[in-house]
Write a protein that binds this ligand. Structure first.
Ligand code: BGC
Length: 733
């Protein structure tokens, strides 16, 4: 690992190649590369690969990923290898407490170019004192604040380069990527450009996206073009308050000639851009909006006769894209963008239908397990855990496992196993899953309840005070104990899949004990579940905490509460993903649809009626009068509350795995809510599975697509079940 002898902003590392002679042509050239900070590498100015923001963000203390590029076509004698390294997650700002450079204050580069010649001779060029470094055209770069590029510095002066010096570094932390790298995914055009009431130039992209704007521009030398990004407008102007102190501003200094700018060492979550200093009139031809995220393959689709619901689903897809930029994040725009575990714990099943996230999330789970290993089984609230690197406010108790958030250790690998059917993820994660159970077990009261310590609980219950999102209706201990029960049962099943009898017994014993405690302390003789609110019933039902009679009564009470609430949402992060399932399971499908299709606030579709193009953090991130919620935590791109899409896939559409990885498929559409048709398809590990249903005057017509060799069953709303053959088949009433 090398660093410039003198510290620089976004240094450009450089090495000229002189090929060993007398061995013929280069048969193969491979570049392994990583950095402390984010890098872009070029050979003779040509990018070595499509990735940006590499090597992303991992638990750097123990794990730094490297990429491998085949550069055979690029190298020749005298080629120049140049690599620009920006602050990224290593040395830039991270988190909401103003911290920066949490991992280190020097940027570094480690690379190894391996050349194999015709005659088998090998030449290796590694990062050592033969490299030099110098300034690039980037004057400032930060993921939250944006990038400043000075075209006046081009072409970059390569003559006065500084030496590089070795940086102490343990190469044992280097590891290949398990998942995809971050790439430019697509390019959009501005939808509208206009002047705001205060006279500013505003651009609407038409979609809340994550990425950046690139442009080609010519203007007076030294003039600065400024692009500020935000998700919403407020009073006709750029609404930057939800970004908190993230500046989200790119600055381009013009050279006087034709300049091309692309700020690829930052990223912004935005739909609107305020452009200042543009020479002449700005037109939609001038800007390219580059959508950036991990290179995930889209696998699952959903569409239906209700345009609002279809748009909601589209919003869930966009939220997944934007929050899967190298790691699964809470949000992509404000001074946060952290791997909040709870958000993913509830969203993983949805993500695993929409995209192939197997490698992407498996990679993140390795970091989760590493963090845990160094913290006695405690699964931190964010992975990678940067909170542990910040000064801990003395008024708060030391961080400890919390329900839903820490349950990510179990719920996420289980979701991957169900979606993709590969037990390797369970094998790899089982120690982490067990460590989570054991840690939580040590926190239980003698009663067997998880009723001590801080919990996020049913975070963002719409009835909680806006500035105290943890003060939900549901008793946090009810939520926590229920979640622990779910985790213990899932770990027992994972151990069973792996044939680990002792671990299975251990997890089952814990599950039995917790269930007993839950019933004894939280379920009344009349079947009432403590807190008597929607989330309490939804979790008790979905997490199998009740016997048949109590479950039926709980379903009854749940449906009553949902109806009393006018079929508006009454749940937060914990309850929302499960409420429609609980209603369906207990025979209250109509209430589930009424909740799903509600458009009054709070509801899933309310945001859609307000023009949302992603799922919001709060039910009312934008208030009905168009004002932005005054709370200081108001993102317009959070995926957690979109987790209901999983129910839409399994129940509204009706595609679900009957065996892990869809080795067998269960089609069980449950039409309702006045929808007249619904369709979707999923690329599984066994081929494409598809379903379309339509309400006709003759009754329900269902068309199924099943790959060869996959057993499929169609369960109709009236309870009849038929085996479905491979190929496309239409089932008529
Ligand atoms: C994040 C959430 C997260 C929560 C937990 C927020 O700031 O954006 O999505 O799960 O904190 O406290």
């Amino acid at each position: 690992m090398v660093t410039p002898a003198v510290d620089l902003t976004a240094p450009l590392f450089r090495r000229e190649l002189s090929l060993d002679r007398g061995h013929g042509e280069v048969d193969r050239a491979v570049l392994h590369i990583s950095s402390l900070g984010v890098h872009e590498a070029f050979i003779d100015g040509v990018p070595v690969g499509p990735d940006v923001l590499s090597p992303g963000w991992s638990a750097y203390e123990w794990r730094l990923r490297f990429a491998t590029h085949d550069v055979t076509e690029l190298v020749r004698d005298g080629s120049v290898l140049s690599v620009c390294v920006g602050n990224g997650w290593w040395r830039g700002r991270l988190g909401f407490m103003g911290a920066r450079a949490l991992y280190g204050d020097r940027l570094g580069l480690i690379a190894q170019l391996e050349l194999t010649f015709d005659d088998g001779h090998e030449q290796v060029v590694a990062t050592d004192s033969s490299w030099t470094a110098g300034p690039s055209d980037t004057l400032a770069d930060d993921l939250y604040d944006g990038q400043t590029i000075d075209a006046g510095r081009r072409p970059i002066d390569l003559t006065w380069h500084l030496p590089v010096v070795p940086l102490p570094f343990d190469t044992g932390v280097l590891t290949p990527y398990l998942g995809p790298r971050v790439v430019r995914h697509e390019v959009l055009r501005a939808r509208r450009i206009w002047t705001s009431p205060s006279g500013r130039t505003l651009v609407d992209v038409g979609q809340n996206i994550v990425g950046w704007v690139r442009c080609t521009v010519q203007g007076p030398r030294g003039q600065e073009v400024r692009l500020r990004h935000a998700e919403v407008l407020e009073d006709g102007e750029l609404g930057v308050r939800p970004l908190r102190d993230a500046q989200a501003t790119d600055r381009f200094v013009l050279s006087g000639g034709v300049d091309h700018f692309e700020p690829s060492m930052t990223f912004h979550g935005f739909r609107y851009v305020e452009v200042t200093g543009w020479p002449g009139d700005l037109t939609d031809d001038d800007l390219e909006i580059v959508v950036v995220h991990s290179d995930l393959v889209r696998t699952g689709t959903f569409a239906c006769s209700d345009p609002l619901l279809s748009r909601f689903h589209e919003n869930v897809v966009w939220g997944t894209r934007g929050n899967m930029l190298d790691l699964p994040t809470d949000c992509p725009q404000r001074n946060e963008r952290l791997g909040w575990t709870g958000d993913l714990a509830v969203f993983a099943p949805t993500a695993a239908y929409l995209f192939d996230v197997e490698g992407f999330l498996a990679d993140w789970l390795v970091d989760l397990a590493l963090e845990q290993e160094h913290a006695d089984g405690f699964v931190p609230n964010v992975v990678p855990d940067v909170l542990k690197l910040m000064p801990h406010p003395p008024q708060f108790p030391p961080p400890e496992s919390t329900a839903v958030w820490s349950d990510a250790a179990v719920w996420v690998p289980w979701a991957l196993y169900e979606a993709y059917g590969d037990r390797v993820v369970l094998e790899r994660q089982l120690p982490s899953m067990l460590a989570h159970l054991r840690r939580v077990q040590s926190l239980l009261s003698p009663t067997g309840l998880w009723d001590k310590g801080f919990q996020f609980g049913d975070w963002l219950d719409p009835d909680a005070p806006p500035d105290a999102p943890w003060k939900a209706k549901a008793d946090p201990a009810v939520v926590a104990t229920a979640c622990l029960h779910r985790s213990a049962r899932l770990v027992a099943r994972a151990a069973e899949v792996l044939g680990l009898a002792a671990e299975q017994r251990e997890a089952t014993a814990l599950a039995d004990r917790v269930r007993g405690a839950f019933v004894e302390h939280y379920v009344g003789a009349d079947g009432t579940v403590r807190s008597d609110c929607v989330t309490a019933y939804a979790l008790a039902i979905c997490f199998d905490l009740l016997d048949a009679r109590d479950e039926e009564r709980a379903g009854q009470r749940l449906a009553e509460l949902v109806a009393q609430g006018g079929h508006r949402i009454a749940t937060g992060f914990a309850g929302t993903p499960f409420v429609t399932d609980a209603l369906t399971r207990t025979g209250h499908l109509d209430d589930a649809y009424a909740l799903l299709l509600q458009t009054e606030c709070p509801s899933w579709l309310y945001a859609v009626t307000m023009g949302a193009t992603t799922v919001w953090e709060r039910w009312d991130s934008m208030l009905p009068d168009g004002k932005v919620n005054p709370g200081e935590m108001t993102s317009f791109n959070h995926y957690a509350l979109g987790a209901v899409a999983d129910w839409m896939h399994r129940t509204v559409l009706g595609i679900a795995p009957a065996e892990p990885g869809y080795a067998a498929v269960r089609f069980a559409p449950r039409p309702g809510g006045g929808l007249t048709w619904c369709e979707g398809a999923l690329d599984t590990r066994h081929g494409r599975v598809g379903l379309r249903w339509e309400q006709t005057t003759d009754g329900l017509v269902v068309t199924t697509d099943v790959p060869e060799g996959v057993h499929a069953l169609l369960s109709l709303p009236d309870g009849t079940e038929v085996d479905v053959p491979a190929g496309r088949v239409t089932h008529r009433p």
